[in-house]
Design a protein around this ligand. Structure first.
Ligand SMILES: [Zn+2]
Length: 342
């Protein structure tokens, strides 16, 4: 998911932006109110405390899931396609006792720790984002005692705001020692002379600003970006990059493996914990190429349901851990229970 799209260049204007513009970007009314209720003059806006740090293991790897915040899409099912299936989507939401007035999306960052080295898979909105509902990753890392310099490896599933922006802090890299791995197809799409959004159902108005923002981030991160290929193993060979196109051209998922245990980070193959499982053919407006995203989702779900793989969803209810299970012809998301561990 990529909205609300808020390019760096326009952030300062954000606080003064008209409410209708914010609504169009998917920023909720409470978020707007919280945002305009700033802290003391000269002080940054108050952020809610971030208790959302969850630690777990994959084999011998210490892992953590940090909530970078949450989004609420007031457009609700108007964001979902095909349009003719919206009554069925509504039925699915009602049956599952989900809210109908808006689509809630979580923003989850998965981290891995091997020795002193830390890897982050995507980086959220960035700690300087003016919306207090976003950008909690830095605080979560602090809670875990992890310094930005310790992050030696980054993975970028794709370049939408909620995934890329946290790798940048102002006009500098947020994690100066990290090599950031991404598929070349993703890089080339945004760097191309004319990125093609013609198949996407998304609002086209914010796109020029979004392309500009991504390119600005690429400029800042140019010495850190490393092109990964499909199937390549990175970070002590524990993470395998999986090409998963559709949401964007070079969208990637990641399989983490240690010993007999594994987990598949499904990135933005799924945006809602009911809808895309109820029918893997339902798509969200932000997909660049909906037809390809459906193919990718079906392929991944078939494999994951057969293997009962442990999964992690960037936009699924925090901490994002669960399993994709077969349900008739389709699937269901079974979230993993919290474990208080040792
Ligand atoms: Zn996203």
């Amino acid at each position: 998911m990529s909205s609300p799209e808020l390019p760096h260049s326009s952030r300062r204007e954000f606080l003064g932006a008209a409410a209708f513009a914010l609504a169009g970007m998917g920023v909720s009314a409470p978020a707007l109110m919280a945002q305009t209720a700033k802290g003391a003059p000269g002080q940054p806006p108050k952020r809610p405390p971030n208790p959302y740090v969850y630690q777990f293991k994959i084999g011998k790897i210490d892992c953590f899931s940090i909530s970078d915040g949450h989004m609420l899409f007031r457009q609700g099912l108007d964001l979902m396609w095909p349009e003719s299936d919206r009554p069925k989507m509504k039925d699915a939401l009602v049956f599952n006792r989900e809210r109908l007035d808006a689509l809630p999306l979580y923003v989850n960052v998965l981290g891995l720790r091997i020795g002193d080295e830390v890897a982050l898979i995507d980086a959220g909105f960035g700690e300087r984002h003016p919306n207090p509902n976003f950008g909690w990753l830095a605080e979560g890392l602090k809670t875990l005692g992890i310094r930005p310099e310790q992050v030696t490896t980054g993975f970028l599933s794709h370049c939408h705001t909620d995934h890329l922006d946290g790798f940048v802090l102002g006009d500098k890299p947020a994690y100066p020692n990290a090599k950031i791995h991404m598929l070349k197809a993703e890089h080339d799409f945004w760097r191309g002379p004319n990125p093609d959004f013609s198949k996407s159902k998304r609002d086209k108005k914010p796109l020029p600003a979004m392309v500009k923002s991504v390119n600005r981030s690429f400029d800042i991160l140019k010495d850190q970006i490393v092109f990964a290929s499909d199937g390549q193993k990175v970070f002590h060979d524990a993470v395998t990059v999986i090409a998963a196109p559709g949401h964007t051209d070079g969208h990637a998922c990641f399989e983490i493996r240690s010993g007999e245990e594994s987990l598949v980070h499904i990135s933005d193959v799924v945006h809602h914990h009911v809808l895309m499982f109820e029918d893997a053919g339902w798509t969200v407006a932000m997909d660049h190429d909906p037809e390809t995203s459906v193919k990718t989702r079906k392929k991944l779900f078939t494999r994951m349901a057969a293997e009962r793989s442990r999964a992690y969803g960037f936009h699924l209810p925090w901490p994002g851990l669960g399993t994709v299970v077969p349900k008739g012809e389709q699937y269901a998301w079974v979230p993993e229970r919290f474990s208080w561990g040792s």
